[in-house]
Structures are given as C-alpha cells and as structure tokens.
Design a protein around this ligand. Structure first.
Ligand code: FE2
Ligand code: FE2
Length: 244
C-alpha cells in the first residue's frame, strides 16, 4: 500500500489552510445550552495526544504511513482548538473529558492497530454527519464556518483509514472478514444510538431528528465496511463526499 499518496494529501491540506483566511474570530455569539453541551463533548473527543495510535503505527514499519498518522493526529488536535475557540466566544468552557470518550480511548488502546482504527472509524463516521448538521444548521455563522472546515478534514480521514484497514484485512478469508464486519456493525450501531440519545437536543436544534441522524450515519458506514472488508476494493471517497 502506497501511503505517500495520503501523506501528500495531508501536506496539501496544510498548504490550503495557509492560503485560507482564518474564520471570522470575534464574531461568535451565545449558543443554545443543548448545543454547547454537545459541542463540549465533541471537543473533548477531538482532543487527544494520539500517543497510542502513533506508537502502533510506528510498529507497522511504513514511514509514509507514520508521517501521515502524525499529521492526522495534528488535524484532530486542531479541531479541538477550533471548537474550544467557538465555545469560548459563546462564553463556555471545555470539559475535562466525557465518559463516552473515556470508554472509546480505553477500548482503542487495548487492541492492535486494526482494532484501534476500526473503533476510531466509528467516531469518524459519526463526525461526518454531525459536522455536516452543524455546518448546515448552526444558528451562528462562525460555528457553521468552523464546522465546514472540520467536515472537509473528516472527509479525508475516512478514506485514509479505509486504505490502511483494507491493507490489514485483505488477506483474511472471506468468512473471517464477514465476522469482523458483523462485529463492526454492532459497534457502529451501539455508538450511533448512544450519540443520538446523548445529543438529541442539539440535533433537534440543528433541524435533524435523532432518528434521521442514526439512519444517515448507518448509510455512511455501509460503503466504509464494503471498502474495507469486501472482496474487491470499492471507492469510498465519493460516497463520503456526496454525504457532505
Ligand atoms: Fe476531528
Ligand atoms: Fe477525523
């Protein structure tokens, strides 16, 4: 697998960011309480040092992949800083951490690179639909702008992780891949339901019913599973982009 391509994609994104003016900081205003609580949880989820992921990626022995993973972790940390700033302009602080993230982090660190990436992918696919809802439904133009920028990064993260996961699973027999797919779907379904219940008030504020949110997230996950565990490589980037 050639991860030089993905490394260039991450490097191009840095160049693009350098050319793009900063969001209109200073123009943010108060936000509904349900939205603040929701953003605080996503902010805590974006914020992490990625040490476990970087260590496992280093053991994978691909210098381009490791460099791309480092840039990926830096982008997630940037998302945390962007959301922290939006929260600050709304007069709200960040959380020290939320139990859903703690569960995620413990599960992710307990396993090898493949299982860590599969767990991470669940959060990335949820993020695709969440940030799209924020971009399209936020009551505040600054929040909408920031959400659109984060969404563009998440649309790159999903096919990047797909590439590495397909490489990790492609040699396993079809029956094993089908069992992995079953487990992955259960994890995705469980996590999506938790997020839909936990963030129901915020989703409604963004004009998205929790039921629709669940349906859309699962619809985004289907091409991801096919691309990682299917018999033939399948394009996932367009499916992810169309959803945005
Ligand atoms: Fe993110
Ligand atoms: Fe991401």
């Amino acid at each position: 697998m050639d991860f030089a391509y993905w490394l260039h994609e991450f490097e191009d994104a840095v160049v693009d960011r350098g050319r793009t003016p900063e969001p209109a900081w200073g123009t943010g205003g108060p936000l509904p309480a349900a939205l603040i609580a929701s953003l605080q949880r996503f902010q805590a989820g974006e914020d992490g040092d990625g040490a476990s992921l970087i260590a496992k990626s280093a053991r994978a022995g691909d210098a381009d992949y490791l460099a791309a993973i480092r840039m990926f972790v830096a982008e997630e940390q940037r998302h945390a800083r962007l959301l922290e700033r939006v929260l600050g302009e709304a007069g709200a602080a960040t959380l020290a951490g939320h139990w859903t993230d703690t569960v995620f982090v413990v599960v992710r660190r307990a396993f090898g690179l493949r299982l860590e990436l599969m767990t991470l992918m669940v959060a990335e696919v949820v993020a695709l639909r969440y940030y799209r809802a924020l971009r399209d439904g936020a009551p505040d133009p600054l929040l909408s702008e920031v959400a659109g920028r984060i969404l563009a990064d998440e649309q790159r993260h999903v096919p990047f992780h797909v590439a590495r996961l397909r490489h990790g699973f492609v040699r396993l027999p079809r029956g094993v891949r089908a069992m992995v797919a079953g487990g992955w779907w259960l994890l995705m379904l469980g996590a999506t339901l938790v997020v839909a219940v936990d963030h129901a008030g915020a989703l409604r504020r963004l004009h998205l019913s929790p039921r629709r949110f669940v349906a859309d997230v699962l619809g985004l996950f289907r091409p991801v599973v096919a691309a990682v565990l299917g018999d033939r490589p399948a394009p996932v980037r367009d499916a992810v982009r169309q959803a945005g």
